[in-house]
Design a protein around this ligand. Structure first.
Ligand code: NAG
Ligand code: NAG
Ligand code: NAG
Ligand code: NAG
Length: 377
């Protein structure tokens, strides 16, 4: 009875939201944006081969530059292009952009997730933007055996109607050498208030970007500048070009709850959070380390740093899932302390893709002034 009422209420809310949106502007709910899987395509007259010839040919989207509409199974230079969902994807060639107008709530935070596959260009990047914010995501490292990875990015809405754009800033001799894009989704993120009772925000990683239910490869959290918003609330990914992988319990062995992070890029990529501390006071940092059960076999280890303390937490992985808790007590030396994690080493699965230890359930509590610094595992 109560659930029927709630469904009814939700239907009403959705109807009201849809009702107030201007025609052609999509009101955000968590999931795919309209035609975010590109299953609705151009008519024959708007295509020359695979090249889209008209700005508004792909329903719900506006394009510019060299954009192709690629059917699954399309063959090219002996390369068979498969599509992660449905039968179609788009390819962004030289200086190509796809964009869509969406209706959001001002001052709210959102994450964007999309699937991309690099093709023949070197050093491929994508510029994702919601004016006035933008982020250039490196996509040259492939983290799956299919070639398709999901990427995330976040923004804070400055206006109630915004353009969500994905742009390939690259220039190649072959204008068709650009990344494929499929599945574009959006998700609201909680505002950045610290949850009372814990010093760390989102230490269990339950808040994060949208994960497509049908994709077993998680979502990549690319490095972002310090002053921009993170799709993983509370946390920052610091690296030159490498990423942290966000994984779900539907497809991975997650130590606790429904989400965790897999540190897939060795020492080249750090995950960190800055917290307010009192100099001289001691803190207990503890966390779960394990493997997500994806065949990442070997002597995994996580390096953790806080103030002047460091710890290496080894974990022997059979690749079948499992975890243990570890941590240490440290004394703060400043009024801000960065808690930093990375994988001690590089690891690959039998299919050659990168993998690493899983990190979950990070907690930081003050333990007063006199506890001695020690590592416990
Ligand atoms: C289709 O593309 C080819 C190759 O770029 C070009 O030569 C041709 O003129 C185009 N056809 C139309 C109808 O635009
Ligand atoms: C990314 O796109 C935005 C919006 O078009 C633009 O303002 C920004 O300069 C671009 N960044 C780069 C590095 O090209
Ligand atoms: C630190 O926290 C962990 C996990 O909550 C706990 O097992 C450990 O005893 C604590 N250590 C200290 C010194 O308080
Ligand atoms: C604490 O932070 C304030 C403001 O950021 C700074 O002025 C002050 O020097 C800091 N104190 C210490 C002990 O780091």
């Amino acid at each position: 009875m109560a659930s029927a009422k709630r469904t009814h209420y939700l239907a009403l809310v959705v109807a009201v939201l849809v009702g107030v949106a201007a025609p052609g502007v999509f009101s955000v709910t968590d999931g795919l944006v309209p035609n975010g899987n590109f299953e609705h395509g151009p008519s024959k007259s708007q295509l020359n081969g695979t090249v889209v010839t008209s700005r508004y040919a792909i329903p719900n989207w506006e394009i510019s530059g060299f954009v192709e509409y690629i059917p699954s199974g399309h063959k090219e230079k002996d390369m068979l292009l498969a599509v992660p969902e449905g039968a179609y994807a788009v390819r962004l060639g030289n200086d190509a952009t796809i964009r869509q107008r969406i209706s959001v709530t001002r001052q709210m935070y959102y994450s964007v997730t999309f699937c991309a596959a690099r093709t023949c260009a070197q050093g491929e990047k994508l510029n994702v933007s919601v004016t006035p914010e933008s982020g250039v995501l490196p996509i040259q490292t492939v983290y799956t055996s299919t070639g398709w990875d999901s990427y995330s990015w976040a923004f804070k809405a400055k206006h109630s109607t915004v353009w969500l754009s994905i742009h390939n800033p690259g220039f190649e001799e072959d204008p068709a050498c650009g990344p494929l894009i499929d599945l574009v989704a959006i998700k609201t993120l909680p505002p950045p208030h610290r949850i009372t009772g814990t010093m760390l925000r989102n230490g269990d990683f339950e808040e994060g970007p949208y994960i497509f239910p049908g994709t077993p490869w998680g979502v990549l959290l690319p490095p972002v500048d310090e002053d921009v918003h993170s799709p993983l609330p509370g946390w920052m990914v610091m690296s030159y070009t490498k990423v942290v992988k966000y994984v779900d319990s539907a497809h991975h062995a997650v130590p606790r709850g429904a989400r965790a992070v897999e540190l897939v890029a060795g020492r080249e990529c750090a995950l960190l959070q800055e917290v307010a501390t009192v100099p001289g006071r001691r803190y207990n940092l503890s966390f779960a380390v394990g493997d997500v059960g994806n065949g990442c076999v070997g002597s995994l280890a996580v390096d953790a740093y806080a103030a002047t303390a460091t710890a290496k937490v080894p974990y022997e992985s059979r690749g079948a899932g499992g975890h243990k808790r570890a941590g240490f007590v440290f004394a703060a030396v400043a009024n801000r302390t960065r808690v930093v994690f990375h994988s001690s080493n590089y690891h690959t699965k039998s299919d050659g893709t990168l993998c690493g230890p899983v990190l979950d359930d990070v907690s930081l509590v003050s333990v007063g002034k006199h506890a001695a610094r020690r590592l416990y595992q």
